[in-house]
Design a protein around this ligand. Structure first.
Ligand SMILES: Cc1cc2nc3c(=O)[nH]c(=O)nc-3n(C[C@H](O)[C@H](O)[C@H](O)COP(=O)(O)OP(=O)(O)OC[C@H]3O[C@@H](n4cnc5c(N)ncnc54)[C@H](O)[C@@H]3O)c2cc1C
Length: 115
């Protein structure tokens, strides 16, 4: 094991993809830091929160994230229901449930990593 192995994996962006990556890292017991440019996770999705997605819940939650959420008493939305962006933020793998599974201390908001 090299000294690098104990460093956290940096995940840039807490959108759906970054959150899913974080869930997979947690499932593997790997340390991580999740850097998000916006003030909250899913900042981009929240910008169009009033718009309905074109795919139902069953396709919108990563399996690793689902396992984490279920371990924290998450009520899974009906598989065929069509969420809005706001629904995805509020009831999906972001706020308010996901940070508990993810460990809020792993999320660093307002952290633009472009520079
Ligand atoms: C109206 C609409 C409906 C959609 N419906 C569906 C659907 O039904 N099904 C589907 O699969 N997809 C749908 N999509 C697409 C889906 O929203 C995107 O594919 C998804 O959001 C991409 O996730 P992402 O995490 O890669 O990117 P984003 O959601 O863009 O998240 C990236 C995150 O990274 C942050 N970020 C960016 N740059 C930096 C930086 N330099 N440093 C730190 N953080 C940074 C951003 O603030 C953001 O929070 C829809 C999109 C729209 C607009």
């Amino acid at each position: 094991m090299s000294s690098l192995d104990s460093l956290p994996v940096a995940v840039i962006g807490a959108g759906p993809v970054g959150l899913a990556a974080a869930a997979h890292l947690i499932a593997r017991g790997l340390p991580l830091k999740l850097y998000e440019a916006g003030p909250t996770v899913a900042a981009n999705v929240r910008d169009w929160g009033h718009v309905r997605l074109f795919s139902p819940w069953r396709y919108n939650v990563d399996p690793a994230a689902k396992s984490l959420l279920k371990a924290h008493s998450w009520q899974e939305p009906p598989a065929d229901a069509m969420p809005t962006g706001a629904d995805l933020y509020e009831a999906g793998p972001s706020q308010p449930t996901f940070p508990h599974g993810l460990g809020a201390k792993r999320i660093i908001p307002n952290a633009d990593q472009s520079h």
